[in-house]
Design a protein around this ligand. Structure first.
Ligand SMILES: [Ca+2]
Length: 220
């Protein structure tokens, strides 16, 4: 009886450890914008929640849930940029993955407006490490529907990488900004983050196998 209680305790501890491990894997929060812009940090340009208050939503402008995020290339000088991001600490060898749904809805008079997702890297002082970024994008030149974008990367060693930034962004050239009143890019269902290291997954896997072994021995 005592042995049985011990086995149950070991199993419970293992399950708690497993769920803590999963919870500790850093992932993008509020990627569906259901809590408006919570967890998304600043950057350039205006990020708006769709639908604006009092507007009956067009379901085509939301990919999942009841809200999405969009930006409008407001008039001004120079290129238009919008960026919102979430940053995580990372260590070399970790696998990063990011996925998101992006839909440019472009005024025909505007030539190009792009929407994208990207993983950017920073050192411990917060300086961006240029040239290491991984990005994917869609523009009205090739698509005007919801498109799933995916990027993934393994954090390189000996590059001084301390943090990764998971970014959604939009861009329009300066000469298109005057046509921007109805040119927008929508974002929704952004997911991803830091995938647990393969070595810790193997440890978890062998732990589960060990638990199975214990329970089998008990039954025999
Ligand atoms: Ca949503």
């Amino acid at each position: 009886m005592m042995k049985k209680v011990c086995a149950v305790l070991v199993a419970l501890i293992a399950i708690v450890g497993l769920s803590l491990g999963v919870a500790n894997a850093q992932t993008i929060s509020n990627g569906g914008f259901e809590q408006d812009l919570n967890n998304w940090s600043g950057g350039f340009g205006a990020a708006n929640i769709y639908p604006p208050s009092g507007v009956t939503p067009d379901p085509n402008l939301i990919h999942g849930g009841a809200k999405s995020m969009y930006t409008v290339a407001t008039t001004g000088t120079g290129d238009f940029w919008m960026a919102r991001f979430q940053q995580f600490s990372v260590t070399p060898g970790q696998l990063l993955s990011m996925s998101g749904w992006v839909r440019p809805v472009i005024n025909a008079a505007a030539e190009t407006m792009r929407g994208g997702i990207g993983i950017f890297y920073f050192d411990s002082a917060g300086t961006q490490l240029l040239g290491l970024e991984k990005q994917a994008e869609v523009s009205n030149a090739n698509n005007n529907n919801w498109t799933q974008l995916n990027v993934s990367d393994t954090v390189g060693a000996d590059l001084g990488i301390a943090r990764a930034q998971f970014t959604v962004w939009a861009w329009a050239a300066s000469y298109d900004r005057g046509d921007a009143a109805t040119s927008r890019v929508y974002f929704d269902d952004i997911s991803g983050g830091v995938v647990p290291e393969p070595s810790s997954l193997i440890l978890l896997g062998s732990g589960v196998l060990g638990m199975l072994g214990i329970s089998r021995k008990k039954k025999a």
